[in-house]
Write a protein that binds this ligand. Structure first.
Ligand code: MG
Length: 389
């Protein structure tokens, strides 16, 4: 079978039925949170994203409701009650899947959260012409056999591999192999069951990222790796204020002497308002009017740096970090050029950025429209925020 003709036709069993308490915290490792998502969700999401047609998630019977919560919003999976041993859980998962004898099926430990589409593709390729395929890594350390904390023998590591999951098989072949395995001792993995039935298992490239979370220190490392998965989100903001009587305007956090003022409930700094809305947009936290209602007397005459600082705090609370800002001021007057660098410096300070990440631009509308007639001015801003995925 060629991957090119059936790119998406594979099934998965994700085994999350073990109690696996060695990782500490009292919560089985598949259900612990990793960068804001349960570990089991990382695995199921990744396999669905890789194109799995159906994922059977095998959990302890009393965790069926927890599985619904952990996998909320995902489609293409079914929760299945597991058995007393891993081998029974895998078989329960297999029984819940529908496919032809030849359909590839991947068996995956939920506690290996960093599986990717590339891993899946490599396994499906390796499965062609074999009865099974496992991701495997060579053993870099010297191996010792020991007893009572004393070395009894140095073991050659030649030809030894560490098998990981997911492991790929054909649905019919794996079901038959488990049928033949019967009530023997628990196999250490699924490939062993197919080997015992005379199957040929291909070694595919393993990956340190397929590590199994077992001990507390594994979770600390995984948090760091998961924290590394970040995205840049972009937000856009627009604001306008009307000119009125006055002797100064506040723009971009800077006071500029002028023959008019800007009318607004706060200090009417359209530049900082547009930046605040752009930042709120990047983190999908509504708009400035929701956070600082003009109807609330508390904000009368308020300095707009408070609004921007508040939005920065919201972004940081989500694990976000502002990475750049670009503000365009649209007006005939006052002239922005002489104040541009002072604005960049103030905005950089408010956003916690080096000045090189902050841009302030200006344009007129050549006498056209409300800005051209100097009835008011407008500001537009784009802010980029790096956040956890
Ligand atoms: Mg405003």
């Amino acid at each position: 079978m060629s991957l090119n003709t059936h790119p998406m036709n594979f099934l998965c069993v994700v085994v999350a039925a073990g109690e696996g308490l060695r990782a500490g915290s009292g919560e089985p490792k598949a259900w612990r949170m990793l960068a804001g998502r349960p570990v089991v969700r990382w695995s199921v999401e990744a396999l669905l994203a890789a194109g799995a047609r159906e994922v059977a998630v095998v959990v302890a019977k009393d965790r069926l409701p927890a599985a619904q919560d952990a996998l909320l919003g995902l489609t293409g999976w079914t929760a299945v009650a597991g058995g007393a041993m891993r081998a029974l859980s895998v078989q329960a998962g297999l029984a819940a899947l529908s496919g032809s004898e030849d359909t590839p099926v991947l068996i995956h430990d939920a506690a290996r959260p960093f599986v990717t589409g590339a891993h899946v593709a490599a396994l499906l390729t390796a499965l062609e012409g074999a009865d099974g395929a496992v991701p495997a890594l060579p053993v870099p350390d010297t191996l010792k056999r020991g007893r009572d904390r004393v070395v009894s023998e140095t073991v050659s590591r030649e030809g030894l591999w560490r098998a990981q999951t997911p492991q790929a098989f054909r649905l019919g072949r794996l079901r038959a192999a488990y049928g033949a395995w019967g009530a023997q001792a628990e196999p250490t993995d699924d490939a062993q069951v197919v080997e015992a039935a005379g199957g040929r298992i291909a070694l595919a490239a393993g990956d340190p990222m397929l590590m199994k979370l077992t001990y507390p220190e594994d979770f600390a490392m995984a948090e760091q790796l998961a924290g590394g998965r970040r995205v840049v989100r972009t937000g856009f903001g627009v604001d306008a204020h009307r000119f009125g009587a006055g002797e100064e305007v506040w723009l971009g956090g800077v006071r500029i002497p002028h023959n008019q003022g800007l009318i607004g409930h706060s200090d009417a700094d359209a530049g900082l308002h547009a930046l605040t809305d752009a930042l709120l947009g990047a983190i999908a936290e509504g708009d400035i009017g929701q956070h600082f209602p003009p109807s609330d007397p508390k904000w009368k005459g308020a300095s707009s740096d408070r609004f921007l600082t508040h939005a920065v705090g919201l972004a940081e609370a989500k694990g976000g970090q502002v990475i750049s800002a670009d503000l365009t001021l649209v007006c005939e007057r006052p002239k922005i050029g002489p104040h541009r660098d002072a604005m960049r410096a103030r905005i950089a300070e408010l956003l916690g950025l080096p000045i090189g990440r902050v841009s302030v631009k200006a344009t007129t509308t050549e006498g056209m429209g409300f800005t051209g007639r100097e009835e008011g001015l407008m500001a537009q801003a784009v802010v980029c925020v790096e956040t956890p995925l």
